[in-house]
Design a protein around this ligand. Structure first.
Ligand code: SF4
Ligand code: SF4
Length: 391
């Protein structure tokens, strides 16, 4: 959204500080403010910056101003805690300033690389487009472009190109096949969903990928699109409607589909997976979806796996602390991304769990990187990997 479109929300912040902590339990809510400990990094400071840019008092060519605006994981925790009328628009304000920076040509070099990759190879990592379907090599799965499956599995950029995470989409496909689902993939013809481009202010690229997605998937005649990427899921459900893109097929996250298949008796777990685990709610599968946050299906799936002992972290569901990777932070500010992830790992460790389970590849990647950086003793998995072990 353009800065003009958020003007009505730039003057409501009372600087009460409520968004700094989770209501009632008084533990930190905003990763950026908490790490930098400066008002300008907290939501209230960012709203002031947006106001200054809007009325011409601040200039986006100033590196310090842009740094504050990009130091935000888009976790929406501030929106969850704030009680003032602009509460559902805080990240929209930040995103609008980012859009303004792009419009003015005040660009962040890390994002220019990402956007070049998108333009050339339809993915945010700039990896060769021809390698997009490599994760499914040797996996007996239909080519959705030729074999008319009922369900399309959408891997997204992270699961397509990070080979350390390939077990996630492979597990999702294997579980669906075991449940008798007629599933296919688009292989190298799959493209980015455009969500990351939107969050960093490149609205033109976002619109291009949203339209491309609708056009290509509509020709496949599938009844459902299933994805294991929470960012992609939130983009389809939450961002596409903003530009009036309507989908004639059902969109499900893997955890929702697995929960449904388990309840229909189509998935039966036969093996014991003895593990004490805690579950991390990805922001894009929770707060980004407002009242439709997917909080219970992943917990239901975990509880149905024999041997799993599930314990909750203090900040869970709509109050979950972010993994740190969102809204372009893992690509441009690894210090903030990894610090935020390590705070979550410490919280997970305090539960006595030995494994942190999530349902988003951006979270999984960032947690794995934080384990390497900080050395916290914690195993990291996606739900599909654990569910597949129990088949
Ligand atoms: S954003 Fe909301 S909660 Fe935060 S300081 Fe402003 S009014 Fe208070
Ligand atoms: S979206 Fe998250 S990181 Fe960004 S200002 Fe709000 S609480 Fe802080």
């Amino acid at each position: 959204m353009a800065l003009d479109g958020v003007k009505e929300w730039l003057y409501g912040c009372t600087h009460c500080g409520t968004c700094k902590d989770v209501l009632n339990i008084f533990v930190p809510a905003c990763p950026a403010g908490e790490m930098y400990q400066l008002e300008s990094y907290f939501p209230s400071g960012k709203i002031l910056i947006a106001r200054g840019v809007s009325n011409g008092a601040l200039d986006l060519s100033d590196d310090d101003i842009r740094e504050r605006i990009y130091a935000c994981t888009g976790c929406l925790s501030c929106e969850q805690q704030c009680g003032v009328y602009h509460q559902q628009h805080i990240f929209e304000i930040i995103q609008a300033v980012r859009t303004e920076a792009v419009t003015q040509g005040c660009l962040n070099p890390a994002y220019m690389v990402m956007i070049d990759g998108l333009k050339k190879d339809d993915n945010v990592f700039g990896k060769p487009k021809a390698e997009r379907g490599e994760w499914a090599k040797d996996l007996d799965v239909k080519d959705a472009r030729q074999e008319n499956p009922d369900v399309l599995y959408y891997a997204g950029c992270m699961l397509s190109f990070d080979s350390e995470l390939w077990e996630v989409p492979r597990s999702a496909i294997n579980i669906m096949k075991a449940a008798g689902v007629d599933v296919g993939i688009m292989d190298k013809e799959e493209a980015c969903c455009g969500g990351r481009a939107y969050e960093i202010g490149y609205v033109g690229e976002f619109t291009k990928y949203a339209e491309h997605f609708l056009e290509t998937v509509s020709t496949l005649n599938v009844s459902k699109v299933v994805t294991s990427c929470s960012d992609g899921y939130s983009t389809f459900k939450n961002l596409y409607p903003k530009i009036n893109i309507e989908m004639k097929f059902e969109v499900l996250h893997t955890v929702e589909y697995l929960d449904r298949l388990i309840k229909e008796g189509k998935i039966k777990f036969s093996k014991n997976v003895p593990m004490k685990v805690t579950y991390h709610d990805p922001c894009h599968l929770g707060r980004h979806l407002r009242d439709d946050g997917v909080y219970e299906p992943p917990r239901e799936v975990l509880k149905s796996i024999p041997g799993i002992e599930m314990v909750e972290m203090e900040r869970n569901r709509e109050n979950a602390w972010c993994c740190g990777a969102g809204a372009g932070v893992s690509q441009a500010n690894t210090e903030l991304a990894l610090w935020t992830a390590n705070e979550r790992l410490k919280e997970a460790r305090a539960t006595g769990a030995t494994a942190l389970i999530t349902s988003c590849p951006w979270c999984e990647r960032n947690f794995k990187d934080a384990v390497r950086e900080y050395g916290e003793d914690m195993e990291i998995y996606d739900i599909a990997e654990i569910a597949c072990r129990a088949l």
